[in-house]
Design a protein around this ligand. Structure first.
Ligand code: FES
Length: 124
């Protein structure tokens, strides 16, 4: 069996939603101290719906594929649904990640939660 699924390779080679949203109203940045990888998420939210999402990932292929898939999963979703996104769901949507690469999908979950927290704190 190949180490990485076709979906992982596809999202690594052609990542969706890469970039920056200049007028984002939710930004989250996380890193993994062990591997040194960094992920930044930008959200544009209107009426509690995620209208647009972009990311910048300085990291491994699994982190790039996870960010790409995670952005696809939350785009168009209400904030309350995006809050429920788990790294396990992202890994499953990618048809799995090797065990020692699961932490890469955790970065995607954390970056999105961070960006949503930022959005919520700006609202107050
Ligand atoms: Fe660091 Fe994948 S090895 S996020």
């Amino acid at each position: 069996m190949a180490l990485y699924s076709e979906k992982v390779m596809d999202h690594f080679r052609n990542p969706r939603n890469v970039g920056v949203i200049e007028d984002a109203n939710g930004i989250g940045e996380v890193g993994n101290a062990k591997c040194g990888d960094i992920m930044k998420m930008y959200l544009k939210i209107e009426d509690d719906i995620i209208k647009d999402v972009k990311f910048e990932t300085f990291g491994c292929g699994s982190a790039i594929a996870s960010s790409s898939m995670a952005t696809e999963m939350i785009k168009g979703q209400p904030v309350s649904e995006a809050m429920k996104l788990t790294n396990k769901a992202v890994a499953e949507a990618l048809d799995g990640l090797p065990d020692y690469k699961m932490h890469c999908s955790v970065l995607a979950e954390e970056a999105i939660k961070n960006a949503l927290d930022d959005y919520n704190s700006r609202k107050q």
